[in-house]
Design a protein. Structure first.
Length: 308
């Protein structure tokens, strides 16, 4: 069915929790618009990751926490309306202090988020794989987690720590252990630098763990199977689809600029038929025809002439 007529996923947080318990590992590709989300769902992915970096990138802005809660809730709603798999939402630093985090969680859960991720950076935050990050105190992050847990209905709370690149591995472990005690459902250690670090972190932090397999960062290229063996329950590929889309668009634009036609690269384009099938275009047509038929029947019963 077309996305406008699909029922939203009921209790997405519970669905994600059960998925984590049932699967050895959950792969959640990054999505940044409804079409990409639909495509990922159709490919068979059972969870998705709404990346703050990909959203801001799609708006031609840097990943510095520049988007607003309203914008993030809007993107979340657009995506959760079209897919029937749980969506993990990157809420950066939670849009403020503990009291602001409460509203953030309520708004994003209302928009359909299955899990809400909050990190322990100060604002303006930075990409987790860049230098120059700064952290809030462990106490302030604990307050945010307690507020988030108290505000949610059943959404999972993901606590991300960026301490590895600021204070070192040991401090990242200490913070993570504290965040678990505060009530975080999932721990996300950002920018670990080796598979052995991921393994050691998993040995010492007793909670479901999320790994970030981004490109061009501090983390080497580790496979899903390796993360599974290391004890991780979720792996995200947050910006991969966005980067791929930009590269493909650049290739197409260069072809048009140089040759004045796209006919030689049609095999690289999603066809009209493929796209219509993805979004359920013909379901819209059927619905429109059904509405018209019912209107004609009503007007006919009242001997009302058609005007169109």
């Amino acid at each position: 069915m077309a996305f406008l007529y699909r029922e939203p996923l009921e209790r997405p947080g519970l669905v994600l929790r059960e998925l984590i318990e049932k699967r050895d590992i959950v792969v959640a590709p990054g999505v940044y618009n409804p079409a990409v989300a639909l495509l990922a769902e159709r490919m068979g992915f059972e969870a998705l990751y709404l990346s703050g970096a990909a959203i801001t990138g799609s708006l031609a802005m840097p990943d510095l926490g520049l988007i607003t809660l309203s914008e993030l809730a809007m993107f979340t709603s657009y995506i959760t309306r079209v897919v029937r798999v749980p969506v993990i939402v990157d809420a950066d630093t939670g849009f403020g202090e503990a009291i602001n985090v409460e509203r953030t969680v309520r708004e994003l859960e209302r928009a359909g988020a299955a899990a809400i991720q909050i990190e322990d950076q100060v604002m303006p935050k930075k990409c987790g794989h860049l230098q120059g990050k700064a952290l809030i105190s462990p106490e302030d992050m604990v307050k945010k987690i307690i507020a988030a847990v108290g505000a949610r209905r059943d959404a999972l709370i993901v606590a991300r720590t960026d301490a590895r690149g600021v204070e070192g591995f040991e401090k990242a472990v200490e913070r993570a252990q504290l965040y678990v005690e505060a009530g975080a459902d999932i721990i996300f250690p950002e920018a670990l630098t080796s598979l052995e670090e991921f393994r050691e972190f998993a040995r010492r932090v007793k909670a479901p763990l999320l790994a970030n397999m981004t490109e061009f960062g501090k983390t080497p290229y580790i496979t899903v199977d390796q993360f599974r063996e290391a004890g991780y329950k979720i792996v995200i590929f947050p910006v991969t689809t966005f980067r791929a889309s930009l590269k493909a668009s650049e290739t197409v634009l260069r072809e048009i600029m140089e040759k004045g036609t796209q006919k030689d690269i049609l095999d690289k384009l999603y066809t009209r038929t493929e796209f219509y099938d993805l979004i359920g275009y013909h379901d819209y047509e059927k619905r429109d025809a059904e509405v018209s038929r019912k209107a004609e029947e009503l007007l006919a019963r009242h001997n009302h002439p058609r005007t169109g």
